[in-house]
Design a binder for this molecule. Structure first.
Ligand SMILES: O=P(O)(O)OC[C@H]1O[C@](O)(COP(=O)(O)O)[C@@H](O)[C@@H]1O
Ligand SMILES: [Mg+2]
Ligand SMILES: [Mg+2]
Length: 333
């Protein structure tokens, strides 16, 4: 098999479709390099003293793990020097990080969840990094949070890395979804899947069922119908998976279909779910739609949501198209 690297793939896309400006290509390569460094740190585990709590909290009051902080720093440092960026925003930082002395002038805004699946770090279960790229608005001088308030439809690139049995990087620039596997000996991202497509139908769902008693009626009905199996209204048996790392759950869905749900619930009705729009929902929705799937918050397409704040949370239903449409329709009844 001819080996195609991430750089070769991006140059080819640029040549064929004239879609990826070289500045965006360089930015993606820098993020890819940062993910290699994070993968390396993750792989050291206890030997690298990277496990456990950092003894601090992030802006959302969540306890930060050492790897949350390390991954954030790796991404910040790599992109300060390497990308064509004006500013970055991270799940782990209260406000945006402007690039000092931008030269050449930064044209892009980068958002990331540096380490997704934090509760799995210390137990050696797959974790990852999620990122999203927007164009800086025309005429922007000094970047501010307001410049990030663009709906997901405006993303020019999105991707995630999974640090699992293999380290993979999944990427879209709006021209399909492609997967690269890290060749650990060579330190290279090698194209291993092109144009990934999510099957429209599935018999597998992912939800944290421990929250069941708090679910709102549409989610309860949808899950109950699946649990009823062959003798219920769906007339077939469903299987359930919940890894508690969104990256790993989404990666499974890209590969064999399924629906992933993190709904809002009755505990804090004004809090729309757990996941973050800018760092988790938008990039994953872009990837899933590019792979032929769908992503909604139960009421509308995630990519159409007009963000109002950087750390905004949102309910998420994504994956196989027919299932996402079904649970969304239950919210409308
Ligand atoms: O703890 P729960 O309810 O299972 O939630 C798991 C979800 O939380 C997350 O871990 C949130 O991400 P972070 O680890 O980046 O905070 C998702 O990856 C995952 O789907
Ligand atoms: Mg996360
Ligand atoms: Mg995180």
């Amino acid at each position: 098999m001819k080996r195609i690297s991430l750089t070769q793939h991006l140059i080819e896309q640029q040549r064929l479709h004239n879609k990826i400006p070289s500045e965006l290509r360089l930015l993606i390569e820098v993020v890819g390099r940062a993910c290699k460094s994070i993968s390396h740190a993750v792989g050291k585990g206890a030997l690298g003293e990277v496990l456990g709590s950092a003894g601090s909290e992030n802006v959302q009051g969540e306890v930060q793990k050492k790897l949350d902080v390390i991954s954030n720093e790796i991404l910040l440092e790599a992109n300060e020097w390497g990308g064509h960026l004006a500013a970055m925003a991270s799940e782990e930082m209260e406000t945006i990080h402007r690039i000092p002395n931008r030269y050449p002038k930064g044209e892009y805004l980068l958002m990331f969840d540096p380490l997704d699946g934090s509760s799995n770090i210390d137990v050696n279960v797959s974790i990852g990094t999620i990122f999203s790229v927007l164009k800086a608005p025309d005429g922007m001088t000094e970047p501010s949070e307001k410049d990030f308030m663009q709906p997901g439809t405006r993303q020019v690139a999105a991707g995630y890395a999974v640090y699992g049995p293999q380290t993979v990087l999944v990427l879209t620039t709006g021209d399909g979804v492609h997967c690269f596997t890290l060749d650990r000996e060579m330190g290279a991202w090698v194209l291993t899947q092109k144009d990934i497509q999510i099957p429209a139908d599935t018999k597998e769902f992912a939800i944290n069922a421990s929250n069941q008693r708090h679910w709102f009626p549409p989610v309860k009905r949808y899950v109950d119908e699946m649990l009823a199996g062959t003798t219920g209204p769906r007339g077939k048996d469903f299987n359930m998976r919940w890894i508690a790392s969104m990256v790993a759950d989404v990666h499974r869905i890209l590969n064999r279909g399924g629906i992933f749900m993190y709904p809002a619930d009755a505990r804090e009705p004004e809090k729309p779910g757990k996941l973050r729009l800018m760092y988790e929902a938008n990039p994953m929705a872009f990837i899933v739609e590019q792979a032929g799937g769908a992503a909604t918050d139960g009421n509308q397409r995630i990519l159409d949501i007009q963000p109002e704040k950087l750390h905004q949370r949102v309910a998420v239903f994504l994956g196989s198209k027919n299932e996402v449409e079904r649970v969304t329709s239950y919210h409308k009844e």
